[in-house]
Ligand binder design. Sequence first.
Ligand SMILES: *Cc1c(COP(=O)(O)O)cnc(C)c1O
Length: 397
Amino acid sequence: MTGMTSSERPLLNRRLAEFGTTIFAEMSALALSTGSINLGQGFPDTDGPVEVREAAVLALREGRGNQYPPGPGVPELRTAIAAHQERRYGLSYDPDAEVLVTAGATEAIAAALLALVEPGDEVVALEPYYDSYAACIAMAGGTRVPVTLRPDGATFRLDLDELRAAVTPRTRLLLINTPHNPTGTVLTRDELTAIAELAVERDLLVVTDEVYEHLVFDEAGHLPLATFPGMRERTVTIGSAGKTFSFTGWKVGWVTGTPKLVSAVRSAKQFLTYVASGPFQYAVAEALRLPDTYFTAFREDLRAKRDLLGTGLADAGFKVFQPSGTYFVTTDIRPLGETDGFAFCRALPERAGVVAIPNAVFYDHKDAGAPYVRFAFCKRTEVLVDAAERLRKAFAH
Ligand SMILES: *Cc1c(COP(=O)(O)O)cnc(C)c1O
């Protein structure tokens, strides 16, 4: 930037220039100004279990977590995270050396990438990707290499040959997300096996975002990448209380991995927030110990909501990609005679009184994402019934 005075220089640096605005702000504003039902941003419209909320109140009253908690997280929560991984997946982690509490999964992603990526390293990520991935790879000075999930019948699938071809000698890590936002794809055992074999063969690190681990609608349930052969020692697994317990504002997330990996991630994390969410950490420790009935009821509730909104969208004429996980449904708008998801989502509030998100915002290959639109179904049943009715009225004939 030689020859430019300070005031001529763009304020936002080059690494972040492409991430100037987020679609969520624009769409949420549109929802407000048009009185539309907001199925754009993915947060529940009811809070999680009352006993978990009360546990936070109690911690706050008793002065647990009101001052800086320990850097790695409060021991009660680290122990509960380790017990959860053991009980659900048979993965054993030492709560002291192999568990790190973060300010949501968002900080876990940022800290993992800032810690593990050297400028110039390539990071292979599934496209469409959660919006913070691209920004965090950029902040770490890495180069993102998207591998596009392709529509295949009623789902989006990973092309394993494309994935293998994306790995070069400069590849440092694979950034995986299963269950996958925004497509609702859950990677199969065969796909995960292939990813694991590739990581071992090319000696890659893996960061896997599994925040929707409790929202898998298939019989198989969630398969953590770290359980596959050769993976525990090279995988940073990211979880979060926000999605599982419907307290997205609490921002309690975590990382599990080997002592070396966790210690590397902690090196970055300590200079981001240092610590966060003190009293909430105690409450999440209790939430993780809720009986299986909680997790089953939560999943079944979301399954019914998936089917409710999915049916409404199909009746309205959308092609619906049936999500096997998460609380999002991706649709194809081409059967409605539309091709541009951005234009469609900008017009949708006026046309139907519903807000959705164009999947293209989650793509580098904008064309590949153009005809897809994402709806969130983590809303009260009556809200989804109303939304489905509005969509039917606006589009079905
Ligand atoms: C919501 C979400 C996150 C962020 O989780 P927080 O705990 O709220 O920071 C990360 N990854 C994916 C895929 C998500 O959908």
